[in-house]
Design a protein around this ligand. Sequence first.
Ligand SMILES: *Cc1c(COP(=O)(O)O)cnc(C)c1O
Length: 464
Amino acid sequence: MSFRTIIEPFKIKAVEPIRLTTQAEREAILERAHYNLFLVRSDEVIIDLLTDSGTAAMSSEQWAGVMRGDESYAGSRSFYFFEETVRDIFGFKHVIPVHQGRAAERILFALLCKPGCVIPNNTHFDTTRANIEYRGGRAVDLPCPELSDTTAPHPFKGNMDTDALERLISEVGAENIPLVMLTVTNNSGGGQPVSMANIRAVSAICRKYGIPLYIDACRFAENAYFIKLREPGYADKTPLEIAREMFSYADGCTMSAKKDGLANIGGFLCTNDDALAQQEKELLILTEGFPTYGGLAGRDLEAIAIGLREVLDEHYLEYRLASTRYLGEHIAREGVPIVQPPGGHAVYIDAGRMLPHIPPLQFPGQSLAVELYRLGGVRSCEIGSVMFAQRDPDTGEERPAPRELVRLAIPRRVYTQSHVDYVVEVILVAHRHREQLRGYRITWQTPFLRHFSCHFEPLSPPSL
Ligand SMILES: *Cc1c(COP(=O)(O)O)cnc(C)c1O
């Protein structure tokens, strides 16, 4: 007998109380935080969907691993356990631990990215783009054309446009492209998966031109399960088998264990290139630590190694994708425009379509994110022109991002269905009075990654 209801495949062993704030309290908090939700304190948030990064609930087995952690400076037992696990799943020769994904990016690009170089990706994550630009390189997004239609339910909208990749290589020359990256799932592109066929095709192009392919592996397990569900020929394979095949087409990867590592901190950098690995370890020692801990405690390495096994459990992945889909379907059914189909780790509301009266450079996504917090204490994240507007290098003029999205990222194993039902209710209330929402103006910002710290001011309602 099999049942229709997909349950959370775990029991709750420790709980953390949620402080229930009032709307008046939240309005004062917003003013104090300059309407930037990154500047709101977590105990002022009721349901925190800001990110799925580092927010997972660890299992009892992971906590047991924390106790077993070997904190030796060199040659820690926990490192060898970690290295063996990563090698077994990802298949790369060299495994370099780092404190989080961007540290892997920084080390990789410090060695491979020279000023003027070009690094394509299906869609660069914000820290990836910033690390490339900081080195004077050009980060180019080559998403497949289906991604720009947020309403089309294509199964693999995270794919890279392989024709565009070929064109870019012939335009700038393979010698100016130190590596190609492929982000699975495509986070900034809506948490959409990349098909095995696309990974294979991108890999074949890279090999033809002698360009290394790196996978940004943050959500590799969610991507593997999407392949199992949606790509012909994979239904009978395990997520582990699918993951191994995905990485077999690449030369290395960057990974944030704060995502599909089910850990609260950590990451790693992998490569099959011996000489590069040596240089990477030298840089690692300079800023992260000795190669058998790389800026992490032994206990973190244990938690990550155990998390990497748990995340590939089929029941976990079934529940994970079902719970994201549940949120997406319940708001879409009531007319809220979302990126279709819902992604693996998050639901993206298309604030550009929901709030057409707010121009992109008045940040409709920010406006909606602030409103969800004001109404219900729900914290989400703008992924639009606050995060990705680009400055014209000649005129200095700001150009809007291609899409104005609000991401509702679901922390792993943290919230139950009733928490999600509450979020649905808050969104539907905001949707009902959407015409009253106003745009914002930035009053202070930093040159890189401004969304983390910039200050906003609400604009006056448009005069009628
Ligand atoms: C989170 C993330 C990163 C960076 O990882 P951190 O651990 O936050 O430094 C890189 N790429 C993608 C796709 C991510 O989601």
